[in-house]
Design a protein around this ligand. Structure first.
Ligand code: NDP
Length: 340
């Protein structure tokens, strides 16, 4: 299959790109700079332009940003849209909302207008679009049936809410588009919780690390020694399993019209610290202990459950255990900065 992948320089998208190529698909990926395009092409010198190419889209919140990109020779059969800002530094919610929402609706519109051969669009949403952070956690079992109830006003309360709102509103806009427009393609949405695991993208230093792996970095550098960072949510998925889920969502006809809650298991930052303690004794003295571990534990009043049976049964993804994700993640960080 010929696939358009947006945001190919990201943590998750790099694994999606590798999985697509390994499974024989041909890929054009969008990035925000010529430098990022070159880094991706240089990492794959053996591939012809027909199997892998990069296109620069500097601002996806611009009208018709993807109009030319969705046209290719040979034409695309599928699109995977991952690009979306994921950080907690927004000064104004608009910084996240515009690229998330306009980026998502923009690519759907461009495919509708200019890419008649596309049959499936897969969008990377999030557990953030499912989780109701205002509800009692104990006894709740989250699944694809749940939606984050965040409002436009709450989006401006704090940077975490801005991110939650960006993912919730972007995903809603995608489903609304399908319902209203009834385009020639269908939609699958992937809703990952926190994504952990080895980094494979080009990174100059660990200061540029993606948001979800920052907790692992901060544990091995000692930055979390005096206080284990608290956890915003208690579910995780390995980046490799998540990448495969995205690719299976374009390969399996029956995945159309569905959300997939791709969860491996519960996790806490305290458990991550314990795995590092066991597997990397050289970092033991940098890890939080005793009272400093407490904020990284599960909440005393309990944690919600999850149901990821749809992803396992329809997509056929198997989820690996936390220990493997953490060990491989730490080794990948050491490869970037051996003298960490
Ligand atoms: P990264 O920050 O590594 O990747 C984000 C990607 O989006 C990058 O390709 C980035 O481009 C691109 N991007 C960011 N802002 C913009 C913008 N304003 N315009 C165009 N492109 C932009 O994070 P992840 O790989 O973790 O995130 C990928 C997707 O997965 C996002 O949709 C995120 O919301 C979602 N997700 C991530 C989770 C996680 O725990 N990691 C959990 C749930 C969902 P560039 O490389 O140029 O910065």
């Amino acid at each position: 299959t010929r696939v358009l992948l947006t945001g190919g320089s990201g943590f998750i998208a790099t694994h999606i790109l590798e999985t697509l190529l390994a499974r024989g698909h041909s890929v054009v990926t969008t990035v925000r700079s010529e430098q990022k395009a070159q880094a991706i092409l240089t990492a794959h010198p053996e591939l012809s332009k027909n199997r892998l190419d990069c296109v620069v889209v500097t601002d996806m919140a611009r009208d018709n940003a993807f109009d030319e990109v969705v046209v290719s020779e040979p034409p695309f059969q599928a699109v995977i849209h991952t690009a979306s800002p994921y950080h907690f530094n927004a000064k104004d919610a608009k910084e996240l909302l515009d690229p998330a929402i306009i980026g998502t609706t923009g690519i759907l519109k461009s495919v509708q207008k200019h890419a008649p051969t596309v049959k499936r669009v897969v969008v990377t949403s999030s557990f953030a679009a499912i989780n109701n952070v205002y509800a009692k956690a104990k006894g709740k079992v989250y699944s694809e049936a749940d939606w984050c109830p965040i409002t436009v006003d709450q989006a401006n309360d704090n940077p975490a809410n801005a991110y939650r709102a960006s993912k919730t509103f972007a995903e809603r806009a995608a489903w609304d588009f399908i319902e209203k427009e009834k385009p020639h393609f269908d939609l699958s949405v992937i809703n990952p919780p926190l994504v952990l695991g080895p980094i494979a993208h080009n990174l100059a230093s660990l200061s540029a690390l993606n948001t979800s792996n920052e907790r692992i970095r901060d544990l091995i550098t000692g930055a979390a020694k005096n206080g284990c960072p608290p956890t915003g949510n208690y579910l995780y998925v390995d980046v490799r399993d998540l990448a495969l889920a995205h690719v299976l969502a374009i390969e399996k006809a029956e995945a159309g019209g569905m959300r997939f809650f791709t969860v491996s298991s519960h996790f806490s930052n305290k458990e991550i610290a314990q795995i590092i303690d066991q597997e990397f004794p050289e970092f033991r003295s940098r890890l939080p202990t005793g009272e400093a571990l407490v904020p990284g534990d599960y909440p005393a009043d309990g944690v919600y459950g999850f149901d990821s049976s749809r992803a396992r049964e329809i997509l056929g993804v198997k989820f690996r255990p936390l220990k493997e994700s953490i060990v491989d993640a730490v080794n990948s960080l050491l490869a970037v900065e051996p003298e960490i």
